[in-house]
Design a protein around this ligand. Structure first.
Ligand code: 5GP
Ligand code: ZN
Length: 147
């Protein structure tokens, strides 16, 4: 765990956070600069940048915590919906290089937008290209460790 990593330092208790949950593998705390009230970050305690670097056990623990907490984050903020997202890698806008899941409570009229608003220049993709892309992904899955 690099001592330069803010989230590792939160796990170690060196930096303060508004912690809401902790178990053996994961921790959850409020985002310091919330997109809405109750914006919560769920992190694995292990330092990895992207979710594909987590072990299956760590991944399951991470998403189990997301699953467990979502209803309570919503309950506590009087909401019944949330945007759940991951900026997975620097090109996606990830600023803190320690994997984390954002739970952002959402309400009608809150001025927010769906996840589709993240991409402004959508490509026009032909049926052939869709077919080819799906094939390439299937091929990569088959040849990868997860196939
Ligand atoms: P990313 O862009 O990496 O997906 O999101 C990083 C998030 O971490 C941002 O929403 C940012 O507000 C939050 N953040 C950055 N520094 C700190 C910090 O020191 N403490 C907490 N609690 N959140 C932080
Ligand atoms: Zn870290």
């Amino acid at each position: 765990m690099p001592s330069s990593c803010i989230f590792c330092r939160i796990v170690d208790g060196v930096i303060d956070a508004y912690k809401v949950y902790e178990d053996g593998e994961t921790m959850a705390f409020l985002d310091i600069s919330p997109l809405s009230k109750g914006h919560t970050l769920v992190i694995p305690k292990a330092h990895v940048q992207q979710i594909e670097s987590l072990s299956e056990e760590q991944l399951v623990a991470l998403f189990k915590t997301v699953w467990k907490l979502t209803r309570y984050v919503q309950q506590a903020t009087n909401t019944s919906a949330s945007l759940i997202g991951i900026n997975n890698g620097p090109e996606s806008g990830q600023e803190i290089p320690h994997a984390h899941v954002h739970i952002v409570p959402r309400a009608k009229g809150d001025g927010g937008a769906p996840i589709h608003a993240a991409m402004h220049n959508r490509p026009i993709v032909s049926k052939e290209e869709m077919q080819r892309t799906a094939q390439n992904i299937r091929f990569a899955i088959k040849n990868g460790h997860l196939g």
